[in-house]
Design a protein around this ligand. Structure first.
Ligand SMILES: [Zn+2]
Ligand SMILES: [Zn+2]
Length: 706
């Protein structure tokens, strides 16, 4: 192309698709193994398979693409591996909503039919997000794309489960879980949102067994759970109660004697200092129950109705049961004061229903902790504490370590149908559990064919926790795994440091003996221009594809990644986009000016590898170029992309365009001194290279014209 073919204004829409197809057809993004050279590898965070691109994805991809392109341009073998996540609860929930609108449900369809329906949904909407991602110009190796339910990653999931089981690190245990009765699933602690709500605190009197006219008063916000009480706890040094510790009280309504136990963990100052203990429906009570060997009665069922253990309240919904229990206690003369009480209540992150803590048989991974150096969490702690993994920005290192210091075992079973089904088969004949990678056809202990697979699937984060090694072929010893693992950088939002990053570190070290990545680079959240969180309900979101249409991909990418420090939230408004588009136009116009000047001119030899620059102005711009080149590289090495771009912006806009080009115009008109054309071309070419990782399309288009 020549300048006469360069339109007077840069039109992104005419350029982007053509260039992207050209890159792809030439295989520029496909990683190759070059033995002897250390590769630069980023595994892309896998978005939900049926999701759509939002601004957060665009930010993440702009950052990762810039890092990848920068390294690739320096001759390093690069791999940026894309993929998608089956997103257990999110995808299942989307299909369930669709079924509900059609007047049916997954229970009507049955498991096999339902799973097939989800697959249809995935085939229909899956991959849209990566079609959209291509609009961002990202240089991912699409030929290595992986889906969490692909055979390879699925084999990695089963292998991990079986290995952990055989090492005794996976166990099945009755435990309090957060249960959403609406979604009919267990939620991890991270999937529960706590909100303060106005409730009531009910005081209830429990008569002493050997002195029915004396009472111990307990207080609760959930009186219906008293039907499942199996004890009352007091502090062992509380003088008010020392005479009754070890004796029984009679549980009202159920007429069941339950013991009064002394427990150090009790807060004497709270309420009456006596706590009703419902091990089945409260995590604190569960632990007290474990310490004192109290029985566990589930009185609230998985469907939110009262169970047989609730006696005559069996079958009553939990909400109605509350009113009825309170009324009966009142009638019995055992209801004390009812106070207004504002307290924190867990809600399902997905559907906002009140979460019901209840006891259920679940699968857990024993993570240990920092005090056990050989435990899963212990190794993950050490990897960051001792610097095998660097966290950028550094303040998140402390956040990560604190979290691991308080970590509890990880509940990995989910009562869903969409996902990796737990590879455990129960034998009806001998009750043995067969845990294998391949589906068995008989019990490995007694040989009976009467075996049933566990109904639950694994937490979505279990498979994404394996992502850096499962995508590269582990557990098979593939060439890719051998060459590309451990990866260089894991880049993601700080909001999933615990959900995802910590689990990749734990499972990566557990499975491979090596850290999954050398650096964790966390970006901040995008907020609107006023600093408010962007959300669909607030109506302040911006659609990245609309912004691409309006401003061009390069302007969007530049606007997203300029002027913020790593890990800081970004206030984002259209003024940033306008500034970025103006910058793109500035680059375009300067380039047109230079390229038109070059046409038909002789004496340009050597412009590419300029030597022996004499003119004072030329020497100045060359020295500024050298300086900015060094600074940009330094900033990129420190993951300060915003800084790198700001320096480039200032150099191009001020030094190159406003000063140097203007001075060369005067020189050319006067006809004095050496022609500035070789230096103009040289600086432009080098600057385009520096800018390319951030604004890939416009720089490529101009570069091809040079
Ligand atoms: Zn829910
Ligand atoms: Zn058996």
């Amino acid at each position: 192309m020549t300048s006469s073919q360069m339109p007077s204004a840069y039109n992104a829409a005419d350029v982007e698709q053509r260039i992207y197809e050209d890159w792809q057809s030439k295989g520029y993004f496909n990683a190759t193994i070059e033995k002897g050279k250390e590769p630069y590898v980023i595994i892309m965070p896998p978005p939900n398979v049926t999701g759509e691109l939002h601004l957060g994805h665009a930010l993440e991809k702009a950052i990762e693409d810039a890092l990848t392109r920068w390294r690739r341009m320096t001759g390093v073998p690069t791999l940026w591996l894309p993929g998608t996540d089956h997103a257990g609860i999110a995808t299942q929930w989307a299909v369930e909503r669709q079924l509900a609108s059609e007047g049916t449900s997954r229970h009507d369809l049955g498991r096999d039919q339902f799973v097939e329906t989800v697959w249809e949904h995935v085939r229909k909407y899956g991959g849209i997000i990566h079609e959209q991602s291509r609009r961002l110009g990202i240089s991912a190796d699409w030929e290595r794309h992986r889906f969490t339910l692909d055979p390879g990653p699925s084999k990695a999931v089963r292998t991990t489960f079986v290995n952990l089981y055989e090492k005794g690190r996976i166990y099945r245990h009755e435990r309090i879980i957060n249960w959403c009765t609406r979604c009919a699933t267990a939620l991890s602690d991270l999937e529960v949102d706590y909100q303060d709500i106005d409730g009531k605190l009910y005081n209830i009197r429990y008569p002493l067994q050997d002195d029915p006219n004396s009472f111990i008063t307990v207080a609760t916000t959930r009186p219906e759970t008293m039907l499942g009480d199996t004890g009352v706890a007091v502090h062992p040094e509380d003088d008010r109660y020392s005479h009754i510790v070890g004796k029984n009280v009679v549980l009202p309504i159920m007429d069941r004697p339950i013991p009064v136990v002394g427990d150090d963990a009790l807060d004497r100052e709270f309420g009456t200092g006596a706590l009703k203990v419902t091990p089945a429906h409260d995590p604190v009570d569960f632990e007290i129950g474990e310490r004192h060997g109290l029985e566990v009665f589930n009185v609230i069922g998985l469907d939110g109705g009262m169970t047989a253990a609730a006696g005559k309240y069996q079958g009553v919904d939990r909400v109605d049961a509350r009113q009825q229990v309170v009324a009966e206690l009142d009638q019995l003369g055992l209801l004390g004061e009812v106070e207004d009480y504002r307290h924190s209540v867990g809600h399902c992150q997905r559907c906002s229903s009140v979460v019901e803590p209840l006891v259920s048989l679940q699968w857990f991974v024993n993570l240990g902790g920092p005090d056990q150096p050989n435990s899963i969490a212990g190794k993950a702690y050490a990897a960051v504490a001792n610097g095998d993994i660097t966290v950028v920005p550094e303040r998140f290192k402390r956040v990560y370590l604190n979290w691991l210091e308080n970590i509890r075992d990880w509940c990995i079973s989910r009562q869903l149908w969409w996902g990796h089904r737990i590879p455990v088969w129960y034998c009806s004949a001998c009750e043995h559990m067969t845990v294998t990678i391949e589906d068995p056809d008989k019990c490995e202990s007694c040989g009976s064919s009467d075996i049933v697979q566990d109904a639950d699937v694994l937490d979505t984060w279990f498979s994404s926790g394996l992502w850096p090694h499962s995508t590269l072929g582990w557990p098979d010893q593939t060439e890719d795994f051998d060459y590309f693992y451990p990866t260089a950088v894991l880049e993601t939002g700080y909001d999933i440091l615990f959900f995802w990053v910590a689990r990749m570190i734990m499972l990566g070290i557990e499975n491979t003996g090596q850290v999954p990545f050398r650096t964790v680079f966390l970006h901040g959240l995008i907020r609107d221009a006023t600093g408010a969180k962007m959300s669909k309900t607030r109506g302040n979101t911006l659609d990245p594809l609309e912004l691409v249409e309006k401003y061009g991909t390069d302007a969007l990418r530049f606007a997203l990644t300029t002027g913020t420090a790593p890990g800081n939230d970004l206030r984002f408004g259209e003024n940033r986009l306008e500034a970025a588009r103006n910058f793109a136009n500035k680059v375009w116009n300067a380039s047109r000016f230079v390229i038109s000047g070059l046409e038909g001119k002789s004496g340009l030899e050597g412009w590419y590898d300029l030597k022996d620059v004499q003119h004072r102005e030329d020497r100045w711009i060359i020295s500024r170029l050298d300086q900015v080149t060094a600074e940009v590289s330094e900033s990129l090495r420190n993951f300060e992309l915003g800084d790198a771009q700001q320096k480039l912006y200032d150099f191009i806009w001020n030094d190159y365009c406003d000063w140097y080009i203007e001075m060369t115009k005067i020189r050319t008109r006067s006809g004095e001194g050496p022609s500035p054309l070789p230096v103009l071309a040289h600086v432009l070419e080098r600057t385009l290279r520096l800018l390319h990782p951030f604004m890939p399309f416009i720089t490529e288009e101009i570069w091809q014209s040079l």
